[in-house]
Design a protein around this ligand. Structure first.
Ligand code: DX5
Ligand code: ZN
Length: 215
């Protein structure tokens, strides 16, 4: 049974509390929270006040996905705003090892996200320091995009590395997840699935979460 992390990027921002409660009462495991800066990705989402507002009501861990430049400058601010897990992009961090240490020193779990063009081999020297690897199965920046099928091979390859080195990093996949791609991802070795438009765009989001949970 995979961890399900619904992406709040697709929630109704005029009814955030209602949507947070829906997730509290659903079978979901985490809240996936996408922070975009208009620099690393061509879109801007939301920042600290919105995270803190969600945290006031959230009864499950906040899985925060940073799509921003200069993540180091903001690590402690994200902790204060309520992040439990902080994931930074490999492509946006020059001193990735230092950033991971910083996240851990703030008492958060640390993750690294890989864009579709980045090989999982890029993490060889740092995999043992990670709690989570986030495989992007779309180009980051927007919800509702089509799943990139080659992500499945990346998941299998990474799973093999984690197993053979007896490491504990979880594999999370983000972008274009639905029942069909979700089943393929779990088969390939994914531990956690992010789903935004598939959950919030459905007529019964809680039931959709249950269906993902049953995969
Ligand atoms: C995209 C974000 C995703 C997004 C996924 O940059 O990282 O978390 O919300 O949306 P869907 O599930 O609609 O592809
Ligand atoms: Zn995300």
């Amino acid at each position: 049974m995979a961890i399900i992390s619904p992406s709040m990027l697709s929630c109704d921002f005029a009814n955030i509390q209602r949507d947070v409660e829906m997730i509290n009462n659903s079978g979901a495991d985490w809240f996936h929270i996408d922070v975009m800066d208009g620099v690393f990705v061509p879109n801007i989402s939301f920042g600290f006040p919105v995270l803190a507002a969600m945290k006031k009501h959230a009864k499950k861990p906040m899985d925060v996905h940073l799509m921003i430049a200069h993540a180091d400058h903001f690590v402690s601010e994200f902790k204060k705003a309520g992040a439990d897990m902080l994931t930074v992009h490999y492509e946006a961090c020059t001193h990735l090892h230092r950033t991971i240490q910083l996240i851990n020193s703030e008492g958060m779990k640390a993750g690294v996200a890989l864009n579709p063009h980045t090989s999982v081999d890029a993490l060889d020297e740092i995999l043992s320091d990670l709690d989570l690897v986030l495989i992007m199965s779309v180009n980051p920046g927007f919800g509702g995009q089509k799943f990139i099928t080659s992500s499945l091979d990346k998941v299998s390859k990474l799973k093999e590395k984690i197993k053979s080195k007896k490491l504990s990093a979880l594999i999370e996949v983000d972008g274009g997840v639905n029942l069909e791609t979700g089943a393929q991802l779990i088969k390939a070795g994914a531990d956690a699935l992010v789903a935004g438009s598939f959950v919030f765009g459905s007529s019964n989001p809680a039931e959709t979460i249950t269906a993902l949970k049953k995969l």
